[in-house]
Design a protein around this ligand. Structure first.
Ligand code: MN
Length: 233
């Protein structure tokens, strides 16, 4: 069942159970007593970080660190990983409990992005931790796309920067961010951050303060650029 994906990746798994694990959501693992993707996701997050920064630094040696950091912020975001995952049609492979599937969570952006991260860790481990092979596969699939997006100015700024530009222009004011709550055990914290500007308020949640702020800023950008809001002003 993974043949098509392996062909797209240009990689054949020695241990297909690793590939299956990369697609196994915790809800399914609990039901069936199998392994899930969380630790692979954790590792894959760092692998992708490394590969993206490596592409940025080698392709754009003339750009300043601050510019690279802004590009990176988008290129390692859930939205972008989701986009790359769609090219490989990963959502079709996700294993979730029936309840989660019925709730439509197979199409959840952040789960698809998690699975994308887990996939790269699975390849890394399966290949005997061969960094060069992983870089080569990733580069062959996505390097050109990333480079072209940057050259064509299609990489979005991070949402806090984007929001600040909008509010400065509209009201000559900056939005404010406030941590509302931090919940969960230390290895699995969930931060809630509110973003306010004028009478408007959005709330973002994430695994870090930074991630929650980005989420809140993203929602505020969407709110401020939505047609109904524009029309009511
Ligand atoms: Mn993730």
């Amino acid at each position: 069942m993974y043949r098509e994906l392996e062909e797209k990746l240009g990689y054949r798994f020695k241990d297909p159970s690793l590939l299956k694990q990369a697609f196994t959501h915790v809800s399914y693992a609990k039901e069936k007593g199998t392994k899930h993707y969380e630790n692979l996701e954790f590792l894959g997050d760092s692998i992708l970080n490394f590969m993206i920064v490596d592409i940025l630094v080698s392709e754009f040696p003339q750009k300043r660190e601050g510019t690279l950091a802004t590009l990176k912020a988008y290129l390692i975001s859930e939205d972008f990983f989701h986009e790359l995952a769609q090219e490989l049609q990963l959502s079709g492979y996700i294993l979730m409990s029936r309840g989660e599937t019925e709730r439509g969570h197979v199409n959840n952006i952040s789960i698809i992005s998690d699975v994308f991260e887990a996939l790269w860790a699975a390849i890394y481990i399966d290949s005997g931790r061969d960094c060069n092979l992983v870089k080569e596969l990733f580069g062959r699939l996505f390097r050109e796309k990333i480079v072209n997006m940057i050259k064509e100015g299609k990489v979005r700024k991070d949402f806090k920067t984007e929001l600040q530009e909008i509010t400065q222009k509209k009201w000559k004011e900056r939005p404010t961010y406030r941590v509302m709550s931090v919940e969960g055990p230390s290895h699995d914290r969930v931060f809630s951050v509110e973003c306010t500007i004028k009478e408007l308020r959005t709330v973002g949640r994430g695994k870090s303060k930074k991630q929650a702020e980005q989420e809140a800023a993203k929602k505020m950008v969407e709110l401020l650029t939505s047609f109904s809001f524009e029309a009511s002003r």
